[in-house]
Design a protein around this ligand. Structure first.
Ligand code: T1G
Length: 673
């Protein structure tokens, strides 16, 4: 059964794509569309054409799984031109998402109609690419230069109403009457005839392109694709269509064979794979989550609550003292009001969310919650006490979760009579913003509990990854060897600025020491200023707690700009001398070998121990939780680019014990991803 069928509706030939899950423009779809247009052209009684899709969405782009495989004709640019050259008016009927090659197909249609809920965009840049089927040349002609450069370089979609205001779509259909409205529209356009996008003049101010590039330079740091997208739109303002298309093609070919796009496509699929749990059926029955309890109204508790409130799920938040409770709920309200002030949410959404929040000093009020998340300070005894209490309060079947970032979930679960209902939900701060969620599977966690946690994570728009119970789970466990080595490098002659520069040039948002200053040098400090065992103790003892005290590893001005500190350097030199460390010239390469290679090494241990299901999950953790540059695909994908043998040599050179799995990959010239 072809994925493309046609049907006659009076003078109109309707070409219908039905290729789940998202009508990606794979070979079958392209071949079918071509045949449909040929049928329309060949049949004189056909006066106009409608192209529409069944299922949840219009074409969501080229089929990304085909990239890197031998091309099958017709190629998308060719098909798009053929649609545009159809002598009879062609109308695109859009619902769900018209993305990438899907929007380019719609742009080649002579007219576009969409339901109000439709989203339109060119997300190729998020795959390290650009719209390679004429999008960068037709968009400036149909929607204008300003909209074109924004859509192409950011990859963010727009709604149908905005698209209509830009002229990107010609008409809004009824939300439930798209097919009828599209056929009526096509009927109307018979008299008008076709309107080729490529023949329209480019509209808008070319100066907007440079202004846009300047305004976003920082955001696009390290990425190749945004500049290429901008260059293509700019080319459209000065080159005839055919030459603009050739320019676009050349830029596209450069990007598609580059490592950045390979890395970003890897992350596209890795993110979707992460939601799958090996060994558990996709259709396992999930536990209903209609009400959530959160214990602790501190920074984490408040942020965690917001995720559920924003998803329309009632939350009961518990604290020990009224003042702490008022402070916590006050911060939640302030955060919502700030989002409303920035226009990110509507004012009535603030009320809606706050109306779903119940604040209480009594744990007993959690008795009818389906999921209870503990977010109190990191102390095993206190957590076990709370879970033992919860065990007597929570209803049968309730899921009990801890937000601990490193404590043993199995030990916490052992404080209850229902360890099968216990797991870890490790949110990242700020919990209402950070997308990553480590779902920590205890030794006795039931399959439906784990599956329910993964599904609720999707509902609150988190990217969830399953982690096993070990110190620091996946992310923090790999962070530790990096931080330890970074400190050693300081003792041996590197400076905080040098180590951080190497990480920032690598593409991280900040280096280990800037990160320590942001999180707080006093985190985990024993609070005894007389006990100085390492550089961090020494800094903490003199109030160098980081940005919050205006000084840490760096000094900070009122705008929080860091500058090197002679006082810190003196402390480091003193420790180094006392420890008898011989300093040496440290190269940037050595910093990479000693801070990033050990992370890969730890990743290999995590995989071998089964603490992560797959290497791509580790990559998702680092991209969504620690700011690893997406164009490097995550530590394990990067390890494949770097080469396991080179990493093994680098680790051995610096005396690290190499993980057996990493050695194996090196010997077999194997890959992790
Ligand atoms: N190709 C192949 N598979 C795709 C796909 C695509 N374009 N889009 C989605 N899938 C798969 C996905 O892997 C998952 O599979 C299933 O569909 C459901 O997706 C020349 C070069 C459309 C907004 O970048 O943004 O066009 O895990 O879980 O949350 O210019 O999918 O079930 O096996 O994400 O409802 C440009 C990518 C391509 C859009 C739906 N297009 N897709 O989100 O479902 S490049 C994109 C999305 C291009 C041309 C260029 C989202 C979605 P599985 P899902 P969702």
């Amino acid at each position: 059964m072809s994925v493309i069928t046609t049907e006659r509706r009076g003078d109109i030939l309707v070409i219908i794509s039905n290729s789940p899950p998202v009508n990606a423009l794979g070979a079958d779809v392209r071949i079918g569309l071509k045949a449909g247009i040929e049928e329309a052209i060949a049949d004189e009684t056909v006066k106009a054409v409608v192209i529409r899709c069944e299922g949840r969405t219009f074409f969501a782009g080229a089929d990304i799984t085909e990239f890197g495989k031998p091309p099958v004709e017709p190629l998308l640019p060719e098909l798009v031109d053929m649609i545009e050259d159809c002598p009879k008016p062609v109308v695109a009927a859009i619902h769900g998402t018209a993305l990438g090659g899907g929007l380019e197909t719609a742009l080649a249609c002579h007219y576009r109609i969409a339901v109000p809920s439709a989203q339109l965009g060119t997300p190729e840049v998020k795959l390290g690419l650009l719209p390679g089927a004429g999008g960068t040349q037709r968009l400036p002609r149909v929607a204008g230069i300003e909209a074109a450069v924004e859509l192409c370089a950011t990859g963010n979609p727009i709604g149908a109403a905005k698209a209509e205001s830009l002229g990107l779509i010609d008409r809004l259909a009824g939300e439930t009457s798209l097919v009828e409205d599209a056929i009526a529209f096509a009927q109307e356009m018979i008299a008008q005839g076709r309107r080729k996008s490529r023949e329209l003049p480019v509209k808008g101010d070319p100066a907007a392109i440079e202004a846009f590039a300047k305004a976003n330079a920082r955001k696009f740091r390290g990425l190749d694709a945004p500049a290429a997208n901008i260059a293509c739109v700019e080319a459209a303002t000065r080159l005839p269509f055919a030459e603009g298309m050739a320019f676009e093609r050349a830029q596209f070919m450069k990007l598609i064979f580059g490592t950045q796009s390979a890395a970003m496509r890897h992350i596209f699929f890795a993110e979707r794979k992460a939601s799958k749990i090996d060994g558990i059926a996709d259709d396992i029955a999930l536990r209903p989550i209609r009400k959530v309890g959160v214990i602790g109204a501190g920074t984490m508790g408040g942020g965690i609550s917001m995720n559920f409130l924003s998803a329309g799920i009632p939350v009961v938040i518990v604290e020990q003292e009224q003042a702490a409770l008022d402070r916590g709920t006050g911060v939640v309200r302030k955060n919502y009001e700030a989002s409303a002030a920035k226009g990110r949410i509507k004012p009535d959404q603030v009320t809606q969310a706050m109306d779903l929040l119940t604040a209480t000093l009594s744990l007993e009020e959690l008795a009818d919650c389906d999921l209870i998340i503990e977010a109190i300070f990191e102390n095993m005894e206190v957590k076990k006490e709370v879970f033992a209490k919860l065990d007597t309060i929570a209803k049968p079947g309730a899921i009990l979760a801890s937000n601990t970032s490193y404590l043993d979930i199995n030990e916490i679960a052992s404080a209850t009579s229902r360890p099968q209902d216990v797991l870890g939900l490790h949110f990242f701060s700020p919990a209402n913003v950070m997308k990553l969620l480590e779902v920590v599977r205890g030794a006795k966690t039931a399959d439906d509990v784990l599956a329910t946690a993964m599904s609720i994570a999707k509902k609150i728009r988190k990217v969830a990854v399953v982690a096993g119970v070990c110190d620091g789970f996946i992310g923090n466990r790999m962070l530790m060897p990096r931080q330890v080595e970074a400190m050693k490098l300081l003792m041996e002659g590197a400076t905080p600025e040098q180590v951080d520069r190497v990480h920032v040039e690598f593409g991280m948002p900040m280096g280990p020491f800037q990160m320590a200053d942001l999180a707080g040098v006093d985190i985990g400090w024993h609070r005894d200023p007389n006990r100085i065992e390492n550089v961090r103790d020494a800094l903490a003892a003199i109030g160098r707690w980081g940005q919050k005290t205006g000084k840490g590893f760096y000094d900070y001005d009122e705008k929080r700009n860091p500058s090197p500190s002679a006082e810190v350097q003196a402390i480091i030199d003193d420790f180094s001398a006392k420890a008898g460390v011989v300093k040496h010239e440290i190269s940037d390469e050595e910093i990479v070998e000693r801070t990033l290679y050990p992370m890969v090494n730890e990743g290999a241990l995590i995989l071998a121990e089964g603490m992560a299901q797959r290497a791509s999950d580790i990559d998702v953790v680092w991209i969504y939780g620690y700011g690893w540059p997406v164009y490097r695909g995550g530590p394990m994908f990067w390890a494949d680019l770097e080469g396991a043998d080179k990493i093994v040599k680098g680790l051995e050179k610096h005396g690290f014990a190499v993980a057996p799995l990493l050695k194996e990959k090196a010997e077999a010239k194997g890959r992790f991803t």
